[in-house]
Design a protein around this ligand. Structure first.
Ligand code: GLY
Length: 393
């Protein structure tokens, strides 16, 4: 007896066709260079030149979301144009790690999972995937070098000797752990899994608050390992709940539960999801900080909505007793994103997801498209269209 694949519950055909059209147009516009983190009036400029880097160079934490979208496009369509564009970026990510350019960040996980682990999953026999594998393993070692054993966490930002950043981690880091999990699977080296288990446990204990909300960032004393205090960087207040951080929590705890089998991480993902869903406004797309709700004069962060959709689908797969509830919530948010947060036509914008916020306190990328918003919206569409489709994480 054959079983038919699970069917889609959200109408995604037009939305996916529109994303594919935008990716094609952006490949033609940007070539092998990289768009900026966010749009300006819904159009991406090339990443600006800074000392040591030309315009459009591969620097910062967001460049991999662009080839990440190309790999999903290749996976869904089989079109070699998407593969070839993404392979050119994989080669540049290989160069970046070999040349040790702009690696002082925990976001090596986002960067190398989407650019270089993806081809190892999709092109197993292609020798260019072998180069990407070596680059991703090298990036995983660099990420391991940021581990602070006394505290049991990976430092998020900056040089390890920087006193302002020493011992600090952030909830987003949960999404960087899959690079280490993958490296552990590839090498059989238990160090990678041990660090994932310890880091995620520390975050569950300290970055998740008793009411189910989360701190954006948390400090440890790197010498003694003592947990010190929570604070925000991109949220409204130290004790408010930054919407994207909460979405990273839903998705990140669920992914790390899949990697470790630790049920307390599944419970943490559930807790993050409960709080997130209880603080959504009427159209199901969050304000940029969950302290705001209907009636507030504050922008939405559609990217947090898209990340939460992916996290809720992941949670549904891991939590059969509550699966229908998580899936229905994900479907509702995604339906609202498709209907209200996308350009009417692909040609109207370079971004596929309107109305995101990067960093409101610093007035960066407010009410704009973002590379990660675009990526997670496309991943959410792929998950909804093909419930048997598996992301790279
Ligand atoms: N990981 C940085 C951000 O979400 O803005």
């Amino acid at each position: 007896m054959t079983t038919s694949p699970p069917t889609a519950r959200v109408d995604t055909d037009r939305a996916i066709a529109q994303v594919l059209a935008t990716i094609r147009a952006n490949i033609a516009a940007f070539g092998t260079r990289y768009p900026d983190d966010t749009t300006r009036d819904n159009r991406y400029d090339l990443r600006p030149a800074v000392p040591g880097f030309d315009e459009g160079a591969n620097r910062g934490w967001t460049t991999s979301f662009w080839p990440g979208m190309q790999w999903i496009a290749f996976d869904l369509t089989g079109d070699a144009d998407f593969r070839d564009a993404a392979l050119a970026h994989a080669a540049d990510f290989g160069r970046r790690v070999r040349d040790e350019e702009d690696l002082d960040t925990h976001d090596l996980g986002f960067l190398y999972t989407l650019s270089c682990v993806a081809p190892t999953r999709l092109l197993a026999d292609d020798e260019r995937a072998g180069d990407a594998r070596a680059a991703a393993l090298s990036a995983a070692e660099d990420l391991m070098s940021r581990y602070l054993p006394s505290a049991g966490v990976i430092q998020a930002w900056g040089n390890l000797a920087d006193p302002a950043q020493r011992g600090r981690t952030i909830i987003d880091s949960l999404m960087n752990m899959p690079l280490l999990t993958w490296a552990g699977e590839q090498t059989g080296d238990p160090r990678f899994g041990e660090v994932v288990a310890r880091h995620t446990t520390e975050l569950r204990r300290h970055i998740l608050r008793p009411d189910g909300s989360t701190f954006h960032t948390f400090y440890w004393d790197a010498a003694t390992g003592e947990p010190l205090r929570g604070a925000t960087e991109q949220g409204a207040f130290d004790d408010s709940c930054w919407a994207r951080g909460q979405a990273w929590g839903i998705y990140g705890f669920a992914l790390n539960h899949r990697a470790t089998g630790d049920d307390s991480l599944l419970a943490a993902s559930r807790t993050c999801a409960e709080y997130f869903l209880a603080h959504l406004p009427a159209d199901d797309v969050p304000y940029w900080d969950l302290v705001y709700n209907d009636g507030a004069e504050a922008p939405r962060d559609s990217s947090a909505g898209a990340i939460a959709v992916c996290g809720l689908y992941e949670l549904a797969a891991a939590d059969p007793a509550n699966a229908e509830r998580w899936r229905a919530a994900a479907d509702r948010i995604l339906t609202s994103l498709i209907a209200r947060y996308t350009p009417a036509e692909a040609a109207d914008a370079d971004t596929v997801l309107l109305h995101s916020v990067y960093d409101l306190p610093k007035n960066v990328g407010v009410d704009e498209g973002t590379l990660w918003g675009d990526y997670f919206y496309f991943e959410a569409l792929a998950r909804a269209a093909r419930p048997d489709w598996r992301p790279v994480w």
